[in-house]
Design a protein around this ligand. Structure first.
Ligand code: V55
Ligand code: FE
Length: 492
């Protein structure tokens, strides 16, 4: 019998659960605000098969689409695998056929040429469709009512890029979705495709440009006038892949870069800004432009946050020693130079959340996950192997910080934001919290907490008990009842 490895990728909140199920009428403590009517979709990496290699990573696990559904004060929970070509091929064989994370040269020869994306990173709602995305391939379309997989999504044959980011940005006024794909022209290529889909979801622009090197461009930003691509020195190498090695190796001595272009501009309009060496950032809270200066707020750290990407680059640094900060990089577009002005805004952390209406605009507040100074060591698990145990709210202009700390050993996942219909009210945040039942790793129960977004230090207004341990998610997305009702794919 093959067994799961006992590494950080498979213990704690990364313990394989491997179950598709539905629960209805969950236990609710407190009162669910009436505006919370719709679906909290979450992307969960979950291995359907024992991996081929002992050093497999959580980022390579099959995607599951999970939904916490709120309807007339009742709450249900559902989770299903995304039926990717990869999932189906392995299910038919009854074993893993795809090898290491983003290395097709390690696959079983029987699956040569089969789409190897796992669609495990972000549920994206746009143009009345739900996609499950992973940056190494195109998205997979999901029926938001039944959670059935419809298939790979290529914008009705229009998308040329072989990949699509898990971090698109939707403009709150125009409804357009701005996105990109890197390694757009194939494995280890420097091709980046910058794309725009109109409000209805039609692909209307696809501009290709060359990155300075082939790197993991996990996220990007838009402002009212620009598209901003921070590029950090975690690089891919075809020869290393052919030798069976890692896709990514962090290069501490290589410069970072930022590409900025007018958001409706052409690849030829790009301006390149040279940034500090060795730094890394997976997620950006927001960006905006004022009087010709572009600001981008990055969850920045001195090196790559993923141990396996550091080690492949020969960097041996303990996870707890990595320094970082929510950092603002500013660019004066009126000057011809390539200077970046850097200013720390807040404590280290990741998995930022912004109100949808603040996307690309100057903003009063945002949220991200961090460590609770009083919380003790957090639960093992999550994408990097150690969970966060605090939620922060930051006001970037004043520096004001609020904290929601968790009890010892607990874990918090990325929140979603739901708007309030009361003028002046900041809405709510929804998030999964894992509470240990015993000191045994993986022995916990998951809950969904609802807190007032602008008063996170106050006790939750409601807690929904899932009654089971949920495997760690990556990202989540709130989809309102009105959006669900407008879905292209219906319930029946
Ligand atoms: C990230 C997540 C991924 C991935 C690459 O959070 C980077 C960063 C869940 O998959 O493949
Ligand atoms: Fe991400």
């Amino acid at each position: 019998m093959p067994q799961f490895p006992q590494t950080i990728h498979f213990i704690g909140s990364n313990t394989p659960r491997r179950e598709e199920y539905s629960l209805s009428d969950l236990e609710i403590i407190g009162t669910i605000p009436k505006e919370i009517d719709g679906a909290f979709f979450r992307a969960v990496p979950e291995n359907a098969q024992v991996p081929m290699f002992e050093d497999d990573v959580a980022l390579s696990a099959d995607g599951m689409i999970s939904r916490v559904l709120f309807e007339n004060g009742r709450v249900g929970f559902d989770i299903r695998y995304v039926k990717t070509a990869r999932f189906l091929a392995e299910k038919a064989a009854g074993r893993a056929l795809f090898g290491r994370y983003r290395n097709p040269f390690t696959d079983d020869p029987s699956v040569a040429g089969v789409d190897r994306t796992v669609a495990n990173t972000t549920p994206v709602w746009h143009g009345n469709r739900l996609l499950m995305t992973k940056e190494d391939g195109r998205g997979y379309e999901i029926n938001p009512h039944t959670l059935e997989t419809i298939g790979s999504w290529d914008y009705l044959g229009k998308l040329r890029s072989e990949t699509m980011t898990a971090h698109p940005r939707i403009d709150p006024e125009t409804g357009e979705m701005f996105f990109f794909g890197y390694e757009a022209g194939g494995l280890c290529s420097r091709d980046v495709a910058y794309c725009i889909a109109d409000r209805a979801g039609n692909l209307v622009s696809e501009q290709w440009f060359d990155a300075p090197y082939c790197s993991a461009i996990h996220d990007f930003c838009i402002t009212e006038n620009y598209a901003v691509f921070p590029i950090f020195p975690t690089t891919a190498d075809l020869d290393r892949l052919k030798a069976g090695g890692e896709h990514w190796a962090h290069q501490q001595d290589l410069e970072s870069w930022v590409a900025i272009l007018p958001r409706y501009g052409k690849a030829a309009d790009i301006r390149w800004f040279r940034g500090p060496k060795g730094v890394s950032g997976f997620h950006h809270l927001n960006a905006f432009d004022v009087d010709g200066t572009v600001h981008v707020d990055i969850c920045l750290s001195e090196t790559n946050a993923f141990p396996f990407m550091r080690e492949a680059g020969g960097i041996h640094k303990d996870q707890r020693e990595i320094q970082g900060a929510l950092t603002r990089w500013s660019f004066d577009m009126n000057k011809p130079d390539d200077v970046i002005i850097e200013r720390p805004l807040g404590p280290p952390g990741d998995l930022p959340r912004l109100r949808d209406q603040d996307q690309g605009r100057a903003y009063a507040g945002g949220w991200y996950l961090s460590m609770n100074p009083q919380g003790g060591p957090p639960m093992l698990g999550g994408p990097v192997g150690v969970n966060f145990n605090a939620l922060l709210r930051i006001e970037p202009e004043t520096g004001k910080l609020d904290l929601m700390g968790l009890p010892p050993g607990a874990a918090i996942s990325e929140p979603a934001h739901v708007v309030s219909s009361t003028p002046g009210h900041g809405g709510w945040l929804l998030m999964v919290i894992d509470i240990p039942r015993s000191p045994v790793p993986g022995d916990y129960l998951s809950e969904v907490w609802i807190v007032e977004a602008d008063r996170i230090s106050a006790p939750p207004v409601a807690i929904i008990k899932i009654g089971r341990p949920l495997r760690s998610q990556v990202h989540g997305t709130w989809v309102s009842r009105q959006q669900l009702d407008s879905a292209v794919h219906k319930a029946g």
